[in-house]
Write a protein that binds this ligand. Structure first.
Ligand code: SF4
Length: 226
């Protein structure tokens, strides 16, 4: 009995090593399937910025280098990638804002980057808010927002104390203004105050474009032309 165990043990050990090596190779060189839906692509080229080896310019969209066209809009590329390449391929797919790029690990079947938005685990809540009862003043300060029709700019002032402006930001659109206020000037305010700022900026922007009156905190009246 002992000599049988003595004979089997090295074989088991060898098999284990081969198995571990195979796993190692699979892990380092996964075969990935990249699936690209060109119709969904909006051409912001974010994938190209991350993974210029896989994605190239194609007029107002991109092309998947080496991708095989499997129907009118879908392109597929199946290939083994080393660990470093895999990371870039996956990151290139993850930055797509419209889920036009899906990635599947062909060996394991794992869907690494999904193209469909899953709602299975989602909590669904009916929104409710009573401004009169639930409004909370931000102790950090308040915004004064107006539109300048001469230079077509939106002007945002922030007061830390009543009637004392501590910051003024002028800009052409909501995105550049709130990015400047939040991420460059690093204004620290309540979360709902950030949301308020975004809402008012969009209203001011619409009022400028549509040539209608903008009054902070009031709803836009599209019949009230200036
Ligand atoms: S990131 Fe997505 S939407 Fe943007 S170009 Fe690439 S595939 Fe198209």
């Amino acid at each position: 009995m002992l000599h049988i165990i003595v004979c089997i043990l090295p074989l088991m050990f060898l098999s284990l090593q081969i198995f571990k090596k195979a796993l190692f190779v699979i892990k380092l060189m996964p075969k990935l399937r990249i699936k690209f839906d060109k119709k969904t692509c909006i051409g912001n080229k974010a994938c190209m910025a991350v993974d210029s080896e896989r994605w190239v310019n194609s007029e107002d969209k991109v092309d998947l280098v080496g991708g095989e066209k499997i129907n009118e809009n879908i392109y597929v590329l199946e290939k083994e990638f080393n660990e470093e390449e895999s990371k870039i391929v996956i990151e290139g797919a993850e930055v797509c804002p419209v889920n036009a790029i899906g990635i599947v690990n062909v060996d394991s079947g794992e869907e690494i980057v999904k193209v469909e938005v899953s709602e299975e685990e989602s909590k669904v809540v009916e929104a409710s808010y009573d401004d009169e009862k639930e409004f909370q003043l931000d102790e950090k300060g308040y915004f004064l927002i107006k539109v300048n029709r001469e230079n077509k700019k939106i002007e945002v002032a922030f007061c830390e104390k009543p009637n004392e402006i501590s910051l003024t930001v002028k800009g052409d659109n909501p995105l550049e203004i709130y990015q400047t206020i939040i991420n460059k000037e690093k204004l620290e305010i309540r979360k709902d105050h950030y949301a308020y700022l975004g809402r008012e900026l969009q209203k001011a922007y619409t009022a400028l474009r549509e040539n209608i009156e903008y009054v902070q905190d009031d709803e836009l009246d599209f019949s009230n032309k200036v």
